[in-house]
Write a protein that binds this ligand. Structure first.
Ligand SMILES: Cc1cc2nc3c(=O)[nH]c(=O)nc-3n(C[C@H](O)[C@H](O)[C@H](O)COP(=O)(O)OP(=O)(O)OC[C@H]3O[C@@H](n4cnc5c(N)ncnc54)[C@H](O)[C@@H]3O)c2cc1C
Length: 386
């Protein structure tokens, strides 16, 4: 299915069920973070609104208190929200990824314990990255070892979206048997919050450091088997959830702002070249949105009907984030000095777009993985290994 630049997705996907409430949320109630003077504040009121509408449980099965919707609905919600509040869209994405992993890879004990609260009012976060460790996470400084039925966690995580705001952290550590995943609650006495990152964009995501000082975690909180977490990471790649959706939202918000700006300063009326450049961005946006929704539609099908979706997700993330970055930069140049001013919000969207390029999987890693799979003539199995 093809979407044009500003087309309402429900015209193409009539099965979308949450259109009216999402549109009301986006236009009337959500704090449009792009216009907020304080970039550093966490969009708590937006998250509370999402919770009130049960959107934190968008993908959670109904039996665990969620809405039980699919990737198409999640994509719609994230894209539309990110078009006015990219940080909120990104926080929702990371939350849904965390809940989805528990739903797919967690034990029944973990599903019953965590999914209802993650569907209701508790944010989930993923604490995988560390400063100076690199995207491949080959050697982590955060270690976990088992003693008397409890895992003892020590180390420092960085860049964790929702640090200090989340109620549950899915933590990646090294163990003597390889990499492991553990669910750690914010009340854990050994969890020590560090400073928020002073990043150039997406500051509202409150990405920051989360430390563990002899944090005791019961064995029931281990997700999967240490040394065998690859399939859990693969769930992300098969879920249809990826930060390229936020990039699509950023591009949509950018395009709308640009159009408003050039209409107001009459450049659109006066200059053929401005109309041509805006039109070429419209085409680019149409391709981006078509890609995002086609992937979401595929990810909403049963597992057996998603051939090649890991590779498609990786390439979508790369293509969409690079396209959004280029679009935000072009939009500023087309708008002229007014676009260069912070007040139009375009420069902030540009900084946010760069954050998506760097967010996992970082684009160089995507290209590296595709290159490796082409080298060994294997199109899928080398993608995004940890
Ligand atoms: C806004 C934002 C939010 C984030 N939120 C979270 C979060 O919630 N939880 C979390 O754990 N982390 C989070 N991160 C961190 C993010 O996951 C990492 O930044 C990402 O995985 C990249 O890792 P790195 O910065 O260590 O890359 P590095 O490995 O340091 O990359 C260095 C360079 O090497 C290239 N490179 C890396 N791997 C390869 C490869 N295989 N082939 C070729 N080139 C390669 C990269 O493209 C880059 O140019 C967030 C980051 C951002 C920007």
């Amino acid at each position: 299915m093809i979407l044009t630049w500003d087309q309402a997705p429900e015209e193409v996907y009539p099965q979308l069920k949450i259109v009216a409430p999402i549109q009301k949320l986006v236009s009337e109630t959500l704090v449009k973070h792009v216009d907020e003077p304080d970039e550093h504040s966490f969009p708590r009121s937006n998250v509370n609104l999402l919770a009130q509408h049960n959107y934190l449980g968008l993908l959670t099965p109904k039996e665990y208190g969620g809405l039980g919707l699919d990737a198409l609905h999640a994509t719609y919600a994230i894209e539309q929200i990110a078009s006015v509040a990219p940080a909120t869209g990104f926080v929702l994405l990371l939350h849904l990824l965390t809940a989805n992993r528990i739903a797919k890879a967690g034990s029944e004990y973990q599903r019953r314990k965590y999914l209802p609260k993650l569907a209701c009012d508790t944010l989930g976060a993923s604490a995988w990255s560390e400063k100076g460790v690199g995207a491949d996470k080959a050697f982590l400084n955060t270690k976990a070892y088992l003693q008397d039925g409890y895992w003892r966690l020590n180390g420092q995580k960085a860049f964790c979206t929702g640090a200090g705001q989340a109620g549950v952290y899915m933590v990646m550590t090294d163990t003597t048997d390889g990499k492991g995943f553990f669910l750690v609650e914010s009340e854990n006495a050994g969890l020590v919050l560090g400073p928020q990152m002073d990043s150039m964009g997406l500051q509202g995501t409150h990405s920051g450091s989360v430390g563990f000082e002899n944090a005791l975690v019961a064995d029931e909180e281990r997700v999967g088997e240490p040394g065998k977490i690859g399939p859990i990471i693969a769930f992300d790649m098969r879920s249809g959830l990826h930060s390229g959706i936020v990039a699509s939202g950023i591009a949509l918000g950018t395009f709308r702002r640009l159009l408003d700006t050039v209409r107001q300063n009459l450049a659109f009326e006066k200059y053929e070249s401005v109309r041509v450049r805006v039109s070429s961005l419209a085409i680019q946006l149409s391709i981006m949105r078509t890609h995002v929704y086609a992937l979401a539609e595929q990810a909403s099908k049963p597992e057996s009907e998603r051939p090649g979706i890991e590779a498609a997700t990786m390439t979508a993330k790369q293509f969409l984030s690079e396209s959004a970055l280029q679009m935000t930069s072009d939009a500023i140049a087309i708008a002229g000095t007014v676009g260069y001013l912070r007040e139009t919000g375009l420069e902030r969207l540009h900084r946010d777009a760069l954050g998506i390029v760097i967010a996992a999987p970082i684009n160089g890693q995507v290209l590296g993985s595709i290159g490796e799979s082409l080298r060994i003539k294997d199109t899928a199995s080398h993608l995004y290994k940890v």
